[in-house]
Design a binder for this molecule. Structure first.
Ligand code: UDP
Length: 408
């Protein structure tokens, strides 16, 4: 999909786009290479799909590579992911050895050529071992809330992280005491991508029909990978409380990510809980179902993201952009997006979630106001163009390492 940077002018203002071009002029032929662990599924891949072509559009060379790993490696890194979020403590020395082995394999097979190499999350963090040999500027971009990590694991990862020139976290609460500079850059969504752009009502109606939803009754939706930290079971429990008083429908929709081996088991748990009720639709979506997800979000009366832990929660941003009232778990980056009672509702429990769904169903005027505020909040803070500007500035800051003031 090719969308010109010019198309963003009406959304974010012409001055902002002019400024992007001006900043890009200061990059001086340097290229940025992004590296993560999955080409599809999850927020990091979602962002890179659009951020990389748009960076190129500004005349700054950007590329994206993905590390390779066995199922065993991704089991280990999924355990790391959970432990960094502070849940699950079974981190063993064998896991570290598997991580080191895969890192060694990738160091042999990968071409590390960027002037700036941005490594996303822990899976590829060990590639920093090449720094002394090839030079370059290295940034570790952490998308996870590592404020209360499993200590043993954090010490292990820190031997890698400390070697980077800089770290990037999504919000101040996530960062750790590190001997390297830290930058705070929030994630973003692309308002013009299929996932978020305006849709014809006829397509939304088609999707409603495809999934046998009733357009005349409220639809509660959560879009997520099937991951326990997204609490699909809690979503079904909240729906069941609401269902006793209101004739609502629930859509849980998600696919897998190639670096997330737990999906099938969690999907099964959700299916078992929702099995008896024809108004509960548990959908397994194939990769690249962007337009369908867009339609499901737009067809919803309320969007949930009842996460127990969450790095940022792009699904929250996506629904807020579509002017939907959103209820999110009071955790991680969801707290940066939802200002409780202003741009949505924050919840801590199943009962609280049910309570807020009922509030929204009972008071459409107030729900509209939350949704309007939500849209503005995203427009001002969480669009791809702002993200692009932050990464360009980071490239400049890395080049002038050690300068306190950089003149542009
Ligand atoms: N997503 C998707 N298909 C799915 C489930 C999720 O395309 O089946 C997208 C979702 O719309 C969002 C991203 O994947 O853009 C998930 O990002 P988020 O930050 O919400 O969570 P993560 O999966 O990174 O933990």
């Amino acid at each position: 999909m090719s969308i010109s940077i010019e198309a963003y002018r009406p959304i974010v203002g012409t001055q902002f786009i002019d400024e992007l071009y001006r900043i890009a002029d200061h990059i001086n032929d340097r290229a940025i290479q992004h590296i993560n662990s999955t080409p599809v599924g999850g927020g990091v891949a979602e962002i890179l799909h659009r951020l990389v072509p748009l960076t190129n559009e500004l005349g700054v060379k950007a590329t994206w590579d993905v590390i390779k790993g066995s199922e065993e490696f991704f089991n280990v890194t999924k355990a790391f992911h959970n432990a960094l979020h502070g849940s699950g403590n079974d981190i063993t020395d064998d896991m570290f050895e598997i991580y080191r082995e895969t890192t060694r394999d990738n160091l042999k097979s990968m071409n590390l050529y960027g002037d700036v190499i941005m490594i996303h999350d822990p899976q590829p963090a060990g590639l920093i071992a090449k720094k002394d040999e090839i030079g370059r500027k290295w940034a570790w971009r952490c998308h996870i809330d590592v404020s209360q990590p499993n200590k043993k694991l954090w010490y292990f990862l820190q031997q890698y992280v400390d070697q980077y020139h800089a770290s990037v976290f999504s919000m101040p609460d996530f960062s750790q005491q590190l001997p390297i500079p830290q930058f705070l850059i929030a994630p973003s969504i692309d308002p013009l991508a299929d996932k978020n752009r305006d849709l014809e009502q006829s397509f939304i109606d088609e999707i409603i029909e495809k999934y046998e939803l009733d357009p005349d009754r409220p639809i509660i939706t959560q879009i997520s990978r099937y991951d326990r930290l997204k609490d699909p079971v809690g979503v079904i429990q909240a729906y069941k409380i609401v269902k006793k008083r209101y004739d609502v429908q629930l859509v849980l929709a998600g696919g897998g990510a190639s670096d997330d081996p737990e999906g099938a088991a969690v999907l099964q748990e959700a299916q078992e809980m929702g099995a008896e009720d024809p108004d509960v639709k548990i959908l397994l979506l194939p990769a690249y179902s962007d337009k369908e997800i867009n339609a499901l979000q737009r067809a919803s009366t309320v969007v949930l993201q009842k996460s127990i832990k969450e790095g940022f929660g792009l699904t929250v941003t996506e629904a807020m952009w579509k002017r939907k009232p959103v209820i999110g778990g009071a955790t991680g980056g969801i707290r940066k997006q939802i200002i409780d009672g202003v741009t949505g509702y924050l919840v801590h429990t199943v009962e609280g979630t049910a309570r807020r769904i009922i509030d929204i169903l009972n008071n459409p005027t107030m729900a509209d106001e939350l949704a309007r505020n939500a849209y503005e909040h995203v427009r001002n803070n969480f669009l791809l163009t702002r993200h692009l500007k932050d990464y360009l500035l980071l490239m400049i800051a890395l080049e002038r390492d050690g300068s306190d003031v950089i003149e542009l």
